[in-house]
Design a protein around this ligand. Sequence first.
Ligand code: ATP
Ligand code: MG
Length: 383
Amino acid sequence: MEKVVIIRYAEIHLKGKNRGYFEHVFSINLEKSLKGIRHELHRLSGRWLVANFEEELAEEIAERISRVFGVQSYSIGFQVGSSMDEIFAAVKCVAPASGTFKVVTHRGYKKYPLTSMEVSAAIGGRLLSENPALKVDVHEPEHTVYVDIRENDTALVFGSYEPGVGGMPVGTGGKGLLMISGGIDSPVAGYMMAKRGLTVELLHFHSYPYTNEGAKEKVVTLAKILSQYSLVVKLTTVSVTHIQEEIHAKCAAELNVTLLRRFMFRIAERFAKREGMQCLITGESLGQVASQTIEGMTSSNAVVTLPVLRPLVGFDKDEIIERAKKIGTFETSIMPFEDCCTVFLPEHPATRPKLSFIEGEEGKLEVEALVEEALKTAEKIFF
Ligand code: ATP
Ligand code: MG
């Protein structure tokens, strides 16, 4: 009897001709998530099996698998020979001590001498006769014991289906650059796009010395949490200090935020293109703050050609917070550190700035030189 983790995948089976590719990437991602743990990963029809690991590590393995996109559900269980005695020995390990139960049998191996119903009945009967505290309830049991009889004389036995995170394997949807602040929204936006298969790299703007090292540490912590799902290990930081000083000194105060955001988009796009990324991702949500109006988004989009993905655009703050808590980024995001957007924040930022006004004010700056100068401050952090 060997302890195993059984993994079932989500949408991959829909992908017709590309299926082989999706499954290949999914396998690689499973392997990456299990880095550092001795194991074997086997492909069965319609599922994967993690085997040959130290039994005490089963929970840790399940925990890591629970964060891999593409996993629909997983179970910790046992792989045994397909004789009824061997199956029953494993069933005893996953069966409840008391309460109502039923046995559900699935036969991948159709030539097995007993039908699924016969296996369930025989296993259920033996459990009942050994443990009088159990009772069968086929309609609404408190516990279900699953027996999956497979080809090559083996069976899988497990006691539950744990829901996975769903989504598509990271890497099957192209590459995007997440503009990540230390706030609540952008990490959630990155999570959502990685969930749809994008490889997400991270770019953070700081205004050192106006913002401090703590702000950067916070983003690194967020990046580490995200990397558990997205399997991405690179964060780049860029200084926008000089840009902010220039805007502050030369342009209309109410446009501070608008102009800074246009610089951020330009820098992000140039960086993304150099690094072979195909889109930008932000945590913007319509109407959430002064700059997140249609006019604000139009003014930022006007300076880039790459698509800008805003997965949170239709979400309420409550909904975003709920997701951040589930993902595990919320506690870090609410730690108080200054973001560069709050430096030089005008009292009344423009909510519906006209493009002609924006362009006029921006004309007072050496845009191209400032963008290139900022890109030279890029620092890559691997974790
Ligand atoms: P968040 O919660 O993600 O900080 P927010 O509600 O504070 O978002 P803004 O400050 O207007 O909103 O920022 C909107 C988006 O712009 C962010 O979600 C993020 O994608 C990007 N952004 C803002 N500040 C930075 C920064 N310092 N570095 C990189 N991207 C940033
Ligand atoms: Mg913010």
